[in-house]
Write a protein that binds this ligand. Sequence first.
Ligand code: ADP
Length: 201
Amino acid sequence: MTNNNIHTTFDRILDRSAKEKLLQQRARVIWMTGLSGAGKTTIAQHLELELHNRGYLTQVLDGDNIRSGINNNLGFSEEDRYENIRRIAEVSKLLMHSGIICINSFISPTDKIREMAKNIIGREDFIEIFVDAPLEICEQRDVKGLYEKARKGEIKNFTGIDAPFDKPHDADIVLPTDKLSIQESVDICLKHIEPIIQYDK
Ligand code: ADP
């Protein structure tokens, strides 16, 4: 039998559990999905601060630090969105295997794309949060003026306008941010997540 993979994987001397022990936490990937303007990044950043204050090591990945760097060669076609999420999932997995709690804020619009991310990261390590604000509210907020541009046709393939968003059916947490304050959403996340990431000796 031939093996075309020249990158043989050897057992590592230091594995994930050694790093989790050092950090005294259980690593996971917390994945926020939802429309632009739903509140993903806002909640991710507040959640990160709360976890940091409780002694957890975290890393937020969002459009700002991913699309400007590692994925700056990708656009918003279906193919590029898929590749965008594939790389993000692989990076998250590396961070998680270093013991870090990774908090991701990406529209990740389709069942197919989220399924792929879950398969890369591993279902048991993936905490899915649906940041669920109605399109009308996101459009009213229009934080970055993107909806207005999409309505005028200046931006193509904009999720919710001329590109699809499949609502997740099996999210671990659903946050209707038209009804919850930012703090209420963060509290709901903390209540669910803390028992999972706590390190028990
Ligand atoms: P996304 O990352 O989903 O595109 P952002 O977090 O960048 O969304 O933007 C959401 C905007 O909505 C922010 O300006 C935030 O302050 C505002 N906002 C108003 N009410 C809420 C709420 N209840 N929860 C989250 N964000 C809210």
